[in-house]
Design a protein around this ligand. Structure first.
Ligand SMILES: Nc1ncnc2c1ncn2[C@@H]1O[C@H](COP(=O)(O)OP(=O)(O)OP(=O)(O)O)[C@@H](O)[C@H]1O
Ligand SMILES: [Mg+2]
Length: 164
């Protein structure tokens, strides 16, 4: 499996997807999110963070760029790369030391994808001719560890999420 396409009908479905994925995450995992304004990137991170044991409120880090939240397995590193001018600005944040002991989730991560070799890429889009709350998620990665997690995710999600 090189990618997984998932159809969600509303924000509750997105929470189901985020929660189910979060249960498979392990320390050092990096997820890059791509998708237009308002597709639900922050919404996804908030649900995943709750499952990961985050007790603090997860909001959009657009202006502060990065937020660190304690979670059960270390730190949730939540980044919004929207306002980053280049990849050097990401490196300058000095998040490297936290990333191996945590989960990193980067909104607008497509802007700085060349910084990473091992990551899950989640592309969220609005559904043309769909309702306002429908979204398509495409999850992809080239690494074997993520392929295994994507197969587990597929097995754990309600099967109707795979029908368009
Ligand atoms: N299926 C859905 N999944 C996620 N959010 C949804 C869905 N349907 C409607 N929404 C709504 O869309 C909005 C998504 O906002 P959110 O801040 O998560 O987007 P974002 O992609 O992070 O935007 P930005 O690019 O500004 O960071 C929320 O108001 C949420 O309630
Ligand atoms: Mg956001």
């Amino acid at each position: 499996m090189t990618s997984l396409t998932i159809h969600v009908s509303n924000a509750t479905d997105t929470a189901v997807l985020a929660t189910t994925l979060a249960q498979l995450l392990t320390a050092g995992d990096i997820i890059l999110f791509a998708g237009d304004l308002g597709t639900g990137k922050t919404n996804f991170v908030t649900s995943a963070g709750t499952t990961l044991g985050c007790q603090s409120r997860i909001t959009s880090p657009t202006f502060i760029i990065a937020d660190l939240h304690p979670i059960d397995l270390g730190t949730l590193i939540h980044v919004d790369a929207y306002r980053l001018g280049n990849t050097a600005e990401f490196t300058d944040l000095g998040l490297d030391e936290y990333m191996p002991q945590g989960i990193t989730m980067i909104e607008w991560g497509d802007k700085i994808a060349d910084q990473f070799t091992d990551y899950l890429y989640i592309e969220i889009s609005f559904v043309e001719d769909g309702t306002a709350d429908q979204r398509q998620f495409v999850l992809s990665s080239t690494t074997p560890a993520w392929q295994t997690k994507l197969e587990q995710l597929k097995a754990n999600l309600p099967q109707e999420m795979f029908q368009s």
